[in-house]
Design a protein around this ligand. Structure first.
Ligand code: HAM
Length: 423
């Protein structure tokens, strides 16, 4: 048996798992301040949720989905992202009845069959947030602020990040613009790669994102949607920028930012960080998707959100020297002099744990010296030593690891004595 995890996946060992828990806890606290509530959707959905939601012509749907037939022959897909699932759930449970607002966040693994490299995995972890029901530009600024503040809160300095901002227009102005870009691509067909030519009919705007230098050169001269936004889209975009200015959140307008999912309308954004990351430098991104709920068969419902990638955020945090709080693994170590007192030691450790104190004990018949070493390693601030004599007297020795002071206490008062010692 090959004991290595499948290509593009990684075990989250304790240090990384602790970082994940730190980030999800930060999200919980921060996003609650913005009025967001948690939601958990299934890890797999009917394939059409993603195929229609994200768009058949996108890279995600056309080549990156983990799609399988279940035993009844239904086509299911491991979620490549969370937005389509959240919108599907909002529709199923009527989370956004007319005139109301649903503010939701989520965290968990996503799956895309991509070529693995630094910061790009096949199973990766996202924290995401969605606001459904509000069309006003204020909510765009709120969502972007929540993302920016999240990164700042976990220790990525603003100087290490770049917030790119653009507007993708809407049903009124984008179709005409799409045709203009398609025509432009048609005129430069020979200079563009096969992929950009292939997408001419289905997804011409993706050419802005092509990594091929020749394509980038051609697209540098392409007409920009920014110059062709309809009046309502232009006003919306201007108001989002004004709100961000007022919040003091720095952004860079990037008229070529198109993002890889088809559901976007109006505001799109991406946060990039260079330090610690290679070419996969987008640590988070999102945008508006005012047509998605309707596409799923619901009433027209505006929405927007973002998702941030855990692996890339952690790389950016490490590059910035940000640390993950790591509490001592045990406040108290309960040591035994020999095996005859194993049951007493077990009872003391259990009583401490029941009282809310992190306590550890030996389960491997280690020497007393080895137990003290272990106590040090775990960061214990006190050690309770129980030997046959102490046990017979109904007592234990309590050692304060910082002052090295020792005293005898009655077993019945060990919990109180340690509460006092630990403060
Ligand atoms: P996305 O840009 O595809 O957007 O992904 C969001 C973030 O997930 C990226 O910025 C990146 O940090 C991380 N990410 C994506 N793919 C990978 C991968 N293969 N390996 C590691 N990290 C990755 C979405 O998923 C949208 N659902 C965001 C959104 C929410 N838009 C509106 N609401």
């Amino acid at each position: 048996m090959d004991v290595r995890a499948p290509k593009g996946t990684a075990d989250m060992l304790p240090d990384t798992a602790r970082a994940w828990e730190h980030l999800t806890r930060t999200a919980q606290e921060l996003f609650a301040r913005y009025g967001y509530e948690p939601v958990y959707t299934p890890l797999f959905e009917h394939t059409e949720v993603f195929a229609r939601g994200i768009g058949e012509a996108t890279d995600i749907v056309s080549k990156e989905m983990y799609t399988f037939a279940d035993r009844a022959g239904r086509s299911l897909t491991l979620r490549p992202e969370g937005t389509a699932s959240v919108v599907r759930a909002a529709l199923e449970h009527t989370l956004v009845p007319q005139g109301s607002l649903a503010k939701l966040y989520y965290a968990g693994p996503m799956f895309r069959y991509e070529r693995p490299q630094k910061g790009r995995m096949r199973q990766f972890w996202q924290i995401g947030l969605e606001a459904l029901g509000a069309a006003e530009p204020g909510v765009d600024a709120e969502v972007i602020a929540a993302l920016w503040r999240f990164f700042e809160t976990v220790g990525i300095p603003a100087d290490n990040m770049r917030l790119l901002l653009n507007s993708m227009g809407d049903d009124v102005c984008r179709p005409g613009y799409r045709a203009t870009v398609a025509a432009y691509i048609g005129e430069h067909a020979e200079a563009l790669c096969a992929e950009c030519n292939r997408r001419l009919d289905t997804n011409p705007l993706r050419a802005f994102d092509c990594k091929n230098p020749a394509c980038a050169q051609v697209m540098a001269g392409a007409p920009l949607l920014r110059d062709e936004l309809c009046e309502p889209c232009a006003t919306h975009y201007a108001e989002v920028k004004a709100r961000l200015d007022a919040l003091g959140i720095p952004y860079v307008e990037e008229p070529k930012l198109v993002r890889g999912l088809d559901y976007y309308t109006r505001t799109v954004f991406e946060v990039q960080a260079d330090a610690g990351l290679g070419s996969q430098n987008a640590i988070g991104g999102g945008g508006r998707y005012d047509g998605l709920m309707e596409m799923f068969g619901g009433k027209p419902t505006p929405g927007l959100g973002f998702a941030l990638g855990f692996e890339r955020t952690l790389l950016a945090m490490e590059a910035a020297g940000a640390t993950v709080p790591s509490p001592p693994r045990a406040d108290v170590y309960v040591a035994r002099v020999d095996e005859s007192v194993a049951a007493v030691v077990f009872d003391v450790a259990s009583a401490l744990r029941d009282a809310g104190i992190a306590a550890e004990l030996d389960h491997q018949a280690r020497s007393l010296k080895a137990q003290f070493k272990q106590a040090d390693r775990l960061g214990a601030r006190a050690v309770v030593v129980v030997g046959p004599d102490e046990a017979a007297a109904g007592e234990a020795t309590l050692r304060d690891m910082s002052t090295k002071e020792e005293r005898r206490v009655a077993l019945a008062t060990v919990v109180d004595a340690l509460r006092a010692l630990l403060g």
